[in-house]
Structure formats: C-alpha cells, structure tokens
Design a protein. Structure first.
Length: 406
C-alpha cells in the first residue's frame, strides 16, 4: 500500500490554490443555473469567485434552506444537476431531508480516509453504519470499494451475530460509531471468539481518548473522520493524529456563528463547506458545527489545511425572559458599532428570574453607551460589561447559557 491515496494530498499550497481557481468558478456557475438557489447567486460574477477568500461574498446555505427548497421541489429542492432517477440512491435524513448518492468511484470521498486508516486490498471491512434510509452505510461502503476492500454490510444491532460473523469471515477492519466496536469486542470475548480486527475507521460520535487507548491496547489503530450526509467526507485523521486534514474535494471556511464572515486564523467558529461535487454543488453550506483551523501542515506529509475536529454546535439560540436571542443578533450588534470588537451574551438566573449579561470587548469606558443598541438589537434589556479586547474565550460561543435545567 502506498502512503498516500493520490498526489492531491501532498501538492503544494500554490498548486492547490491554482486548482481551486479553476474548479470554484465552474462550481458557482453550475449552482447559479439551478432553480433551488432561487436567485440568491443571481448577480454574482462566477468567474470572480476563484479563491477561498472570494467565497465570503456569497450567502451561506443552511439546512433549513434545504428543507424549504425541498418543500417546493421534491426530492432535492432543485439543487442537483441530475434528476432523482439519475442517481444511484436516494436517502432520507431527519427533517425529512432527502440526499442524493452516487455509486461512482468514491462519490462521497471516503476512500481517502480509509486509505489513511491503512485499509485496502486484502481487507474485509465490517461496516456497522446504518443502511436503512440514511446514507452512512453506503458512504463507507463506497469508500471501501474505492480502496479495494471487501465489505461485510453489518449495519446496526444483533451484536452476537456481528461478533460471530467477524470471527467466521475473518474481518480485519471496522467502520462504525466509536463506541459500538467495543460492544462487538466485548461480546466476542464473552463468546470466546478471537477476532482479527486491527484497524477502525469511525465517525458519527465522539472518539474519547480513553476509548482510543483501549483499542490501541487491543492492537487496533482507530482513526476518526468528520462527515455529513449532505457533504460526504469533510476532514479526517491520519496516523499522525494531529488534527483533521480537510478533504481535497471540499473547501472549508470557519465563520462567526450566525454570519458568513470568516474568523481570524485559529479562532473558533462555524464550519462552512463548499463542495466540488458537480452532481450536488452545495455552496457555503453551514454545518452548524464549531471548529478552528490549525497552524501548519500535518507531520504525515499531507499538505491541506487542518481543523481541530468537532468543538460543539454553532446554533446557540437561547430563550431569555421568554424571548429568543440568536447568534445573528449578536453579530449584528458587533457589526453595527466600530467600538465593539467582540460580544458575548450570557444567560443566568437570579432567584427565579432570568438575567441577560452582555460582555463587550471595547475600549469604551462605560458600557452604558451601548445600552440602547443592545436593547434595540437583542430586543431585551440587560447588564452590560465592558471587557478588555482579546479577553473573551476563543470557543466560538457568542451566547452562553449558565442556567441549570436539572
């Protein structure tokens, strides 16, 4: 097995940027031609969107937008370049949201991750992601085929049968959620069955360090990826285990929650993804997840940018005193005042009453100068605390709820 899936993983930043400058305008133009975008990209010169920075000029597309578009035009909302019967699969996720799927080589780009896990020809992958309506099972099966591995399509549940099959078939690799592998291993131990699993490709949940260490003690190298049903693989770990390397088929931005405005390098924000998939050109799709870009390149030799992985949810909408306060409102407060560098709304309780405190990074001497703007923008009055610039936590939060719901 070669060290890298292809030459794209090790190309220089300059070569990668040049490739993006060719692919991105075509992808934006393709999206403009689709009825599902509803004219939101209508006046944009697609040829001028040639760099990652240029994407900030375009609106963000959210999951709720997919639902609205699909409500008007089933099943894909007019956002695909093929009709539904032109795809190999049609999937349904909660919402319901419908997603297309292709059977072409590595349509979801999961092969790159499995290759990084050391999975390839001669392996049998026990695929414990679901095959029922949702695409996770097919996403990983498609990736396994891309690296030449055989697949045991196990799905979820029936753990005793899974353990016996893993033993009888000689499964060498696992794909599924991080914790279910332990359930299978423990069941095999209880049944006195020896297993040959030495690699695990996981996703769909948190891989805690203690669990990874337990797998390592059993001789299983476990790596995780970050993927969604809409986008396919977004980023993945390599054996270096230093952050997640962004996949070569997507462009990732980190923006301030509630906006499309990119954050400074290293700051936590919402993950926004543009796919280069010509069948389903999602432009600036907001995942709702928080992460941050890491400095430098991975020690493994892959040169694309890295993110820190999943760091929470960006949708921090919170009800205070019976009123919803949204990240977009906090962003509008900051954008409307040159004297405000950053802001953070904190919800707390005193006695049986809600309290809203707005912490503002500013050089202003008195927070009361912002009182009318806070009341007008957030639709609530609250305490205002002026804090030093750079003192608010770099965790992506613009709304923090400290109330106990126990």
């Amino acid at each position: 097995m070669t060290q890298y899936f292809d030459d794209l993983e090790t190309r220089s930043p300059e070569v990668r940027a040049e490739a993006i400058s060719r692919a991105l305008p075509a992808q934006v133009a393709a999206a403009q031609a689709l009825p599902g975008y509803g004219g939101t990209l209508g006046d944009v010169d697609a040829a001028a969107i040639a760099t990652v920075a240029d994407l900030a000029r375009l609106p963000v597309l959210r999951k709720s937008d997919l639902g609205k578009a699909q409500g008007n035009a089933m099943p894909f909302g007019g956002l695909t370049t093929r009709p539904a019967h032109g795809f190999a699969h049609v999937f349904q996720s909660p919402g319901p949201i419908y997603e297309p799927g292709g059977s072409e080589h590595d349509w979801w780009r999961m092969g790159r991750f499995l290759h990084a896990c050391g999975v390839g020809r001669g392996d049998i992958v026990q695929n414990c992601f679901g095959y029922h309506l949702t695409p996770a099972g097919m996403i990983f099966e498609n990736g396994a085929r891309a690296v030449g591995a055989a697949v045991l399509p196990a799905g979820t549940g029936q753990t005793e049968l899974q353990a016996r099959a893993a033993h009888d078939v000689g499964v060498t690799a696992y794909a599924g959620t991080p914790d279910y592998l332990k359930v299978i291993l423990d069941k095999a131990d209880a049944l006195g069955l020896s297993l040959k699993i030495t690699r695990a490709a996981v996703g769909g949940g948190a891989l805690f360090p203690s669990l990874r260490a337990e797998y390592a003690d059993r001789g299983i190298a476990c790596l995780q990826c970050y993927a969604t049903a809409d986008l396919g693989n977004i980023a993945y770990e390599s054996p270096a285990q230093e952050g997640m390397i962004v996949d070569e088929g997507v462009i990732v931005e980190i923006v301030t929650p509630g906006t499309g405005n990119p954050v400074a390098p290293g700051e936590v924000g919402e993950v926004v993804v543009t796919t280069l998939n010509p069948d389903y050109p999602l432009i600036r799709f907001a995942t709702g997840d928080l992460s941050a870009v890491m400095e430098g390149a991975s020690p493994c030799g892959r040169t694309n940018i890295r993110i820190k992985g999943w760091m929470g949810r960006a949708d921090q909408t919170t009800k205070i005193k019976g009123m919803f306060v949204r990240p977009e409102q906090v962003a509008a407060l900051v954008a409307g005042h040159a004297d405000i560098a950053r802001a953070r709304v904190i919800a707390s309780r005193e006695g049986e009453a809600d309290v809203m405190t707005v912490k503002i990074e500013s050089d202003a001497a008195d927070g009361e100068v912002f009182a009318s703007a806070v009341a007008e923008t957030l639709k609530l009055k609250g305490r205002i605390e002026v804090v030093a610039k750079g003192s608010l936590p770099n965790d992506g939060k613009v709304i923090e709820d400290l109330r106990s719901y126990d």
